[in-house]
Write a new protein. Structure first.
Lengths: 88, 686, 659
């Protein structure tokens, strides 16, 4: 079992920016075409959201995967990855 | 010749008087309070009562001169002497922000900073220092002290509070400072840590300052009161109600007027205790609901529950042993409104007595709880308000109109719903002094009084699962009644903050000997002979490492090592009862030892019996049948009874309203009211 | 633009929730009351002063909804001690249960964790969670979190140790695990806690209190469901959450749409000694908002780094403070705001970096929100507060007679003032906005610890000047009676708390050692002590060691190189003097009403010199009266000079500090 998302080196860049990936979609709330997909912290925690950048309407909310490294730390034993034992 | 005890409760709007005689007669009356001259109202009230001075055995009296002065910041000009480097603790408070709507508010300001009792200019640090072991680090700089006092005197400061660090261990510097104050400002009122010689510098300082703030004002009040009573021919004993739940003579209170700060609500709790004792009910929750606020108290095993901290405003606390009263801003005049997203709310803003509820027709336009009851139909305008107000239904309905339109709700449903919300709020406030402390309200009986208490009592009880409610006779002047039936009480403390074994038998015995002697002498000075004196001893303790202590009532005896071992056991048991665990491996620190002295001042009052009747109510007691609103049936007929015409043994089954001059008693479907021998209403809640 | 309303009428509530508006409000208040009772239970049963006096805890009730990707947990009500715990629980409970799996929780199970990387605040804060089963189905969650006095690690208190660069050195990191299984204590978990922390009997007592609180909460929620039915209870819970969301929508829509940026700086991390930047961009569109931390600096080496959940919490607290402080907190407070937090910044540290001293980055986070939103709506503006943890940990063994050998710890946390606002001066002596505690009692500290508190007063001229000035800073002095070590955590030493909308900066933080106790009694007045009696430990000082925030040099010839250091030996007899910063000023100081400036001069919070320098008010010190003409003239001159770029409001500090 690979040990991803457990230990990270300190970033080398001095200032860090979150990337927002453009998405080809039209916002159903305002009709705008400036839609992007990016990592957020919303009320349920770290998720990936596709949002209109003009009116901030959310088109979609997705669960992150291991590859998203979001949140940075992922327990390798988390629910869905390892089966629970009798004691947790 | 029958002799009367007179109880007088001065409130914001009305001064209530009640006279009870030793042969079963009761007289009550009400006059409008005279705002800045409370004793004038008292004389008016005594005249209206119509008794001759020779008929009066004693006058028991609660007033709010001191409290008003504090709340309106119209007290004396106080100078505070503190240890150098520590003169800002009044502005620091205990650092925390209040819970509720101000917790996140950057515009919130600590009350003492916004409206100081003592501004920084008059808070002077004096070179002196006592240490944790009572030793002196730095001697008192008397020259510097005189200089500071000169400056204070120049500015007209005439009341001095002295509170040095660790003075609870060693107050030699404070005592010397007092002497010097007496030389420099001879007519100054002086108060020092001796008022409250316990650990915790902030709590001690604010208590001493509050006392100094009202020292001269209360003294002047006593002067005027005593003069006026004398002029009117009264030669009887005059007692003042204190917040510790007992009387004191004015002479004893001139040196500690802070004890008069919240007499009114305490009197209500005392009256309830008397009632409970008389009826054989030991566990009571007391509810005193007025126009603006509601005061709540607890009587457990026949004893009023005490506390050592009462908050007047955030961080402005009195820290002395007192009857615990929880006050919430819910009353008959509480305003009903919606917030900025349309949720319905009741209070704490109140229409008070000016402009008052809309239905009073005095200019109020906002809907209040009283208006809600009016719309519902339970108010009987002909009797309500003893002729002082004439409530108008149209005005009440008009006040609700806009809100009802916005919410798209019928006016009647809105009125009923508001009452329900108010009830839920009061039930919650009761929970905060009972359930949250580990007491189960279902084991208690609710006693309700005050102008609006009886209207809500049954519903509040229902909300809490309480089965029995008592509405006493004359519920509107029940606090005044409480002022008739008290004993003299004093309390004296010494603070040690030592591990109990370290304090040992010698320390404990010496301390109690001193305290007992002080209490005894004080009772004598208040004309209580030895045979009428009783005492109670208390020990406050905490586990090492904690900062909050717990009192236990301990046997009055000389202590040896075995006795101390028993005290430790008693403490652990009490801790377990209150906190749910005990830590026998940890040392117990004795923070404070206290002696309470009691002196009986008159023969115990015997409540008179009313006329005996039958199970069924006489027809003459029914004043009418009117339409009252219920959620499920709409307006339906409800009988109205005149309480004055009820006899003992009568039972009334709800829904029904029992009207009287000083209150409206509401019974819902299934509530069962029985009139007992003295005329109290005993309600079994459905 | 049409003004949208977020109010609901009675019929609308009935339709949406199937209950009438009164029942909805009663249920909303009932959930709050359940948390009040849980809170009272926790206070009653707790062992350590940290929970009771420092109130570093919160208790909550959550509703479980079924989302598209699995169960979702929405906070319905909370009773908080510290504000940061109220917010953080929303993130942390979701993270704990998502990882552990709701399907693995049974009635009577208590799940605990303290992990920053799973969204918590720091290792000292232990969260406990229980699921409430109704009609056999998981329906609600009850939780609490409390700060533990010690969680193991290299330094007692597990809190400040600046030499810890990795979480391994900080303390015990507890992943979500059961401490109670179906009501039975899990022996192995208890042993782990008891054996790896320094105050095991506190651990046992406080853990039991926390779990006992959850038992009470479970019972109370169960009682409500028994009385009202499960569907009505759930609908009422949803109404409660939506109610707060509507308040949030209303508040955000009142702010003008736009993009608002702000930046702020932390002095250093105590190891690399270079400033660390915080950048915040707030975007408001209608009733929604985004807060983006992009542009913030990477995580430093030292432990002054926050986890993602901790910092999102502080950003939301800053937001709530500015927009709608009065409403209750629950999941509805979060739904309109997304936080964008790039991994690896000082506000979202990557494992295994140490995150225990998250307090100062936290202050930068919410102070940046104040800045950004004050630009958006100056009439609701708030200036930065004293903005640092300003904590000093002393500890060792007592040497006083009768107490020889007794271990002691004293957390010295002396707060300063909050910033002035558009409406009022800043409140003094108030802990940072994400905390809330009782101040320790000096007389009890002096009993328990070999320490004498010589000073604890306002410092003259420490409040940031402005039309509304900040709260003044605090001067505190401690004398050690026994040998001890000092671990310090102070920021705002190098960068004074800034003013807002033209307001002046406040006096920054300083540390000094004094010669002897007489210095406090004889040579200190309103916190001002001549420099010859003080040895500078850290601060912006001049060549004589005097505080000089305008022209001084950061830690010039001082005994420490920063306000953050660990385990410095302190011999008995040492006297430590700390000046805590004041709050920043708001608005133009030349417009502050003259009578208010005079009042501060009379009260010795302002010197006549600083009144003239910063406020343009000329007071005759002999008569204590304002020279009105001279004041008018001076204010006119200063305003003109400011126009020409020749004058700006000075940083607060006593002018011509005595040598």
């Amino acid at each position: 079992m690979a040990m991803e998302n457990i230990i990270y080196p300190r970033p080398t860049e001095k200032f860090i920016y979150e990337k927002r990936a453009p998405v080809d979609a039209v916002c159903p709330a305002c009709g705008g075409k400036n839609v992007k997909r990016y990592r957020v912290i919303m009320y349920l925690g770290p998720k990936i959201r596709t949002k209109c950048q003009d009116c901030l309407h959310t088109l979609q909310t997705e669960e992150p995967t291991v590859a998203d490294q979001w949140p940075p730390y992922w327990a390798i034993t988390r629910s869905g990855r390892w089966k629970p034992s009798r004691v947790g | 010749m029958p002799k009367y005890k007179i109880g007088i409760d001065v409130g914001g709007t009305f001064t209530d008087l009640i006279a009870i005689s030793n042969n079963g007669e009761t007289l009550t009356t009400k006059v409008l309070s005279v705002k800045d001259d409370q004793s004038a109202g008292i004389i008016k009230g005594l005249k209206k009562l119509g008794l001759r001075p020779e008929e009066v055995e004693l006058i028991g009296h609660g007033f709010t001169v001191g409290l008003n002065a504090v709340l309106t910041r119209t007290g004396d000009k106080v100078g505070l002497l503190t240890t150098k480097g520590h003169r800002d603790n009044l502005d620091f408070g205990r650092m925390y922000r209040p819970w509720g709507k101000f917790l996140y508010d950057p515009n919130w300001m600590r009350p003492h900073v916004e409206r100081p009792l003592v501004s920084r200019k008059y808070r002077r640090g004096i070179t002196e220092r006592i240490l944790w072991d009572a030793s002196e680090l730095v001697a008192l700089d008397e020259g510097e002290l005189r200089g500071e006092l000169d400056l204070l005197k120049k500015d007209g400061v005439n009341s001095i509070a002295i509170c040095f660090l660790n003075a609870y261990l060693n107050d030699a510097h404070e005592e010397r400072a007092k002497e010097i104050v007496g030389e420099v400002i001879p007519d100054a009122y002086i108060q020092s840590s001796r008022l409250n010689p316990v650990v915790k510098e902030y709590e001690r300082t604010i208590t001493v300052v509050l006392d100094a703030y009202i020292g001269k004002i209360v003294s002047r009040y006593f002067d005027l009161l005593e003069q006026r009573l004398q002029d009117a021919g009264y030669r009887c004993d005059i007692f003042i109600m204190q917040f510790n739940g007992g009387f004191a003579r004015p002479s004893a209170l001139r040196t500690k007027p802070i004890y008069t700060l919240t007499s009114g609500p305490v009197a209500g709790v005392l009256g309830s205790r008397f009632l409970g004792e008389d009826l054989g009910v030991n566990n009571l929750l007391t509810l005193d609901m007025g126009g603006t606020s509601t005061d709540l108290g607890v009587i457990r095993d026949g004893v009023a529950v005490m506390t050592t901290q009462m908050e007047l405003e955030h961080a402005i606390n009195v820290n002395l042993p007192m009857v615990e009263i929880n006050t919430i801003g819910s009353g008959g005049g509480s305003i009903i409104y919606t917030d900025n997203v349309g949720a319905l709310k009741v209070g704490p803003e109140s229409a008070g007595s000016n402009p008052g509820p809309a239905c009073y027709g005095l200019g109020g336009t906002k809907p209040t709880i009283t208006d809600a009851h009016m719309v519902r139909g339970v108010i009987y305008p002909e009797v309500f308000g003893a002729g002082e107000v004439a409530p108008d239904l149209d005005l009440a309905r008009k006040a609700f109109k806009q809100l009802a339109n916005t919410l798209k709700l019928k006016i009647e449903d809105l009125a009923l719903g508001s009452i329900q919300l108010a009830t839920a709020q009061m039930a919650e406030a009761i929970r905060s002094i009972s359930t949250y402390r580990g007491l189960d309200p279902r084991d208690y009986t609710l006693v309700a009084f005050g102008a609006a208490g009886p209207m809500h009592a049954a519903d509040i009880a229902r909300n809490l699962g309480i089965k029995d409610v008592i509405i006493p006779v004359n519920p509107g002047c029940f606090s005044a009644f409480g002022c008739c039936v008290a004993d003299i009480k004093n309390n004296f403390v010494e603070s040690h903050v030592k591990i109990i074994d370290g304090l040992g038998p010698d320390g404990i015995n010496a301390s109690f000997r001193r305290l007992q002697e002080t209490a005894r002498k004080d009772l004598l000075s208040q004309n209580v002979p030895e045979e009428f004196q009783t005492f109670e001893w208390l020990l406050y303790g905490m586990y090492a490492g904690q900062t909050w202590d717990l009192p236990i009532s301990i046997p009055i005896q000389t202590y040896d090592n075995e006795g101390i071992a028993k005290l430790k056991e008693q403490f652990h048991e009490k801790y377990f009862e209150v906190r749910g665990y005990k830590a026998e491996e940890l040392p117990i620190i004795v923070t404070t030892l206290e002696v309470d002295g009691y002196g009986t001042v008159s023969e115990k009052h015997k409540p008179p019996k009313i006329e005996l009747g039958h199970h069924e109510v006489d027809r003459v007691a029914v004043v009418g049948v009117r339409k009252v609103y219920f959620r499920d049936t709409g307006y339906a007929d409800m009988p109205f009874y005149d309480r004055k015409k009820l006899k003992s043994g009568n039972t009334i089954v709800g829904p029904a309203v029992i009207v009287e001059e000083t209150g409206t008693n509401v019974l819902e479907r299934g509530d069962h009211a029985r009139v007992d021998e003295q005329g109290n209403l005993r309600i079994s809640v459905s | 633009m049409a003004k949208k309303t977020f109010s609901l009428t009675a019929p609308e509530i009935q339709e949406r929730y199937g209950i009438d508006l009164i029942t909805a409000e009663v249920i909303r208040n009932s959930f709050i009351q359940i948390t009040r009772q849980m809170h009272a239970t926790l206070l009653r049963g707790s062992y350590s002063p940290i929970i009771r006096d420092y109130m570093d805890m919160a208790v909550c009730v959550f509703l479980i909804n079924q989302g598209q990707d699995g169960p979702e947990y929405e906070m319905v009500a909370v009773t908080e001690g510290c504000t940061q715990h109220a917010f953080n629980q929303q993130y942390f409970v979701n993270a704990m249960l998502n990882e552990y799996g709701l399907e693995n929780m049974r009635p009577g199970d208590v799940l605990i964790s303290n992990d920053t990387f799973r969204g918590g605040i720091h290792l000292s804060d232990l969260g406990a969670v229980s699921v409430v089963f109704c009609e056999g189905k998981p329906s609600f969650v009850v939780s609490n979190v409390a700060h533990w006095a010690d969680m193991g690690g290299a330094a007692p208190g597990s809190f400040l140790n600046g030499w810890a660069v990795e979480s391994y050195q900080e303390g015990l990191r507890i992943p979500p695990m059961l401490i109670y299984a179906e009501g039975v204590p899990v022996r192995t978990a208890f042993n782990l806690l008891i054996e790896n922390t320094r105050i095991p009997h506190y651990v046992l007592g406080d853990m039991r209190a926390q779990c006992g609180t959850l038992v009470v909460g479970t019972r109370l929620v169960g009682n409500m469901v028994d009385k009202l039915g499960l569907e009505v209870s759930r609908n009422g819970a949803q109404y409660s959450i939506d109610y707060v969301q509507r308040i949030s929508q209303q508040a955000i829509s009142e702010f003008p749409d736009g993009v608002y940026e702000a930046e702020d700086w932390m002095d250093d991390d105590g190891i690399e000694l270079e400033p660390v930047k915080t950048k915040v961009t707030v975007t408001i569109r209608g009733d929604k908002a985004e807060i983006d931390l992009s542009g913030s600096q990477r995580q430093p080496l030292g432990n002054t780094t926050s986890g993602w959940g901790a910092e999102a919490t502080r950003l939301l607290i800053g937001f709530k403070t500015m927009l709608e402080p009065a409403s209750p907190v629950n999941a509805g407070s979060f739904k309109q705001i997304d936080v964008i937090s790039p991994s690896g910044t000082v506000h979202n540290g990557l494992p295994p970096t140490s995150t225990n001293f998250h307090a100062d980055p936290g202050c930068r986070a919410y102070n940046s929100i104040y800045k950004a939103l004050s630009h958006a709506m100056p009439e609701r503006g708030v200036a930065s507060d004293y903005g640092t943890c300003n904590a000093y940990l002393w500890g060792g063994l007592d040497t006083r007679p009768g107490r020889i050998g007794t271990p002691w710890i004293y957390y010295i946390i002396a707060p300063g003032g909050w910033g002035g606002t558009a409406r009022t001066d800043g409140v003094p002596f108030c802990l940072v906005s994400y905390g809330n505690c009782y101040d320790p009692v000096v007389e009890l500290i002096e009993q328990e610890c070999p320490v004498i508190v010589l000073d604890k007063e306002f410092t003259m001229d420490s409040a940031g000047a402005g039309e509304h000035r900040g709260g003044p800073g605090t001067c505190v002095t401690y004398l050690a009676l026994s040998d001890t070590t000092m671990t310090a955590g102070a920021d705002r030493v190098r960068f004074p708390p800034p003013g807002e909308q033209g307001g002046g900066a406040a006096m920054p933080v300083y540390g000094y050692f004094l010669e002897d106790a007489n210095v406090s009694f004889k040579h200190t007045r309103n916190g001002i002590t001549p420099a010859r009696f003080m040895k500078p430990l850290f601060g912006l000082v001049d060549a004589d060691g005097r505080p000089d925030p305008s022209g001084g040099v950061y830690c010039l010839n001082t005994l420490a190189k920063s306000g953050k250091f660990s385990l410095r030996p302190v011999k008995a007899g040492t006297i430590f003097r700390n000046y805590c910063s004041g709050g920043g000023g708001f608005g133009d100081s030349l417009r502050r009403p003259v009578n208010l400036v005079l009042k501060d001069v009379e009260n010795e919070l302002l010197s006549p010199e600083f009144a003239a320098n910063a406020y343009g008010v000329v007071v005759n010190p002999a008569t204590m009266k304002v020279d009105e003409k001279a004041t008018e003239e001076r204010r006119r001159i200063l305003a003109a000079q400011r126009e020409q770029g020749k004058w700006s409001v000075p940083v607060a500090c006593y002018p011509n500090w005595p040598k």
